[in-house]
Design a protein around this ligand. Structure first.
Ligand SMILES: NC(=O)c1ccc[n+]([C@@H]2O[C@H](COP(=O)([O-])OP(=O)(O)OC[C@H]3O[C@@H](n4cnc5c(N)ncnc54)[C@H](O)[C@@H]3O)[C@@H](O)[C@H]2O)c1
Length: 344
């Protein structure tokens, strides 16, 4: 069996989720890691028994990678994706795809020209509850979507921002709670309901974090061409990372996702459907060290390699992730202009 040779660039917070997943998957070997922090990358290389680099250009030359996992600050996703594409290396990047829609589109163009695969991590789509709800909505088993709402209340304190040289800045993070934390939930509810956003009217602001320039709360409405509306609320000044709440009201039921738990209450008296991730999954092999990150990384990364191997479709291509990038951009644009913005 052919094994893909993978590298990871960025050995910070999210690195382990990728490295541990790669260590478990049969189709791939982690052969190189890269980080501009020499000590950090050396430790990572020693731990995963692979080559370490502080410069990705050298890694591309010397490690002959098939796939690069990008776990870098947001503003670097485009630069490194384009360089990898030019080197003929497939890319799986962490969310957000990029800082702006234009940047994401340049990434897509580079991937197309080089004929490489470009995928984006949105691991929450892979929770079994989310997958079940998506299938039911897609099959029409819940009737038409009438409306939806979602809420993200997480905690990002002063230490979180003061320890980072890029988080909390427009230039390098591209925004705050919307592009970094709520993006998962916006991606999920948009994918689940499956419509075409028509109009976004949003407000953002900073109420609690004195030391950062980006927003720490956002609320708004997304109107869809299909006739339904989604409303959202997000902040990152709550006291803990509370389970995300999504509710979707359809003709036949109300579906609620709380964290990874799905509950569907049918209006015709059928028994309530409940689907959850077993608690032990959050602990198993350290794959999901933080419950609010969910357990989907390994499933999504596995699917990416199955896709490269020709044995599966990959759900979150760059084209798919661009839809979420456009929603994020619509929220920022509407908030900055202080008026609704058209999405079509
Ligand atoms: N999917 C999720 O649930 C999830 C969770 C956390 C973070 N993320 C995403 O993962 C990405 C990384 O976030 P993080 O919190 O791990 O960041 P981080 O700041 O902890 O890590 C980034 C790493 O990149 C390195 N780096 C910076 N510039 C570099 C360069 N030019 N070359 C090589 N290395 C460089 C830094 O030294 C650091 O080790 C972001 O896109 C973030 O949004 C996703």
């Amino acid at each position: 069996m052919r094994k893909f040779k993978a590298g990871i660039i960025g050995c910070g917070n999210i690195f382990e989720m990728h490295a541990k997943a790669l260590a478990k998957l049969e189709l791939v070997d982690l052969v190189a890691v890269c980080d501009s922090d020499q000590q950090r990358v050396r430790l990572a290389g020693q731990h995963y028994d692979c080559q370490d680099f502080t410069d990705y250009r050298r890694m591309f030359k010397e490690a002959t990678l098939d796939v690069l996992h990008i776990c870098l600050p947001h503003y670097l996703h485009e630069e490194v994706t384009v360089a990898a594409a030019k080197a003929g290396i497939h890319v799986l990047t962490e969310k957000p795809m990029a800082i702006t829609v234009e940047s994401a589109e340049r990434m897509l163009m580079a991937a197309r020209e080089a004929q490489i695969e470009l995928g984006v991590i949105f691991q929450n789509r892979y929770n079994s509850g989310a997958m079940t709800l998506k299938s039911l909505i897609q099959e029409g088993a819940l009737g038409k979507v009438l409306s939806g709402k979602c809420q993200v209340t997480w905690s990002r304190d002063e230490t979180y921002y003061s320890q980072s040289d890029w988080k909390g800045t427009w230039e390098k993070e591209g925004g705050g709670v919307v592009i970094d934390q709520a993006i998962h939930t916006l991606d999920l509810i948009n994918w689940l309901t499956g419509g075409q956003p028509k109009l976004i009217d949003a407000t953002i602001g900073n109420r609690f974090h004195d030391t950062i320039e980006v927003e720490d709360f956002a609320e708004g409405i997304i109107q869809y061409q299909e006739g339904y509306t989604l409303s959202f609320f997000a902040n990152n000044y709550y006291s803990f990372d509370a389970p995300v709440c999504i509710e979707i009201h359809t003709e036949l039921a109300v579906a609620t996702i709380t964290g990874a738990r799905l509950e569907i209450v049918y209006f015709d008296g059928r028994p309530t459907l409940v689907k959850d991730i077993p608690a032990e999954d959050y602990l198993e092999n350290g794959i999901a060290s933080k419950t609010y990150w969910g357990t989907g990384h390994i499933t999504q990364i596995d699917e990416f390699y199955q896709h490269l191997n020709g044995t599966a479709d990959f759900l979150v291509s760059g084209i798919e992730a661009l839809k979420t990038q456009k929603i994020v951009a619509g929220i920022y644009q509407s908030a900055k202009l202080n008026k609704p913005v058209w999405m079509i």
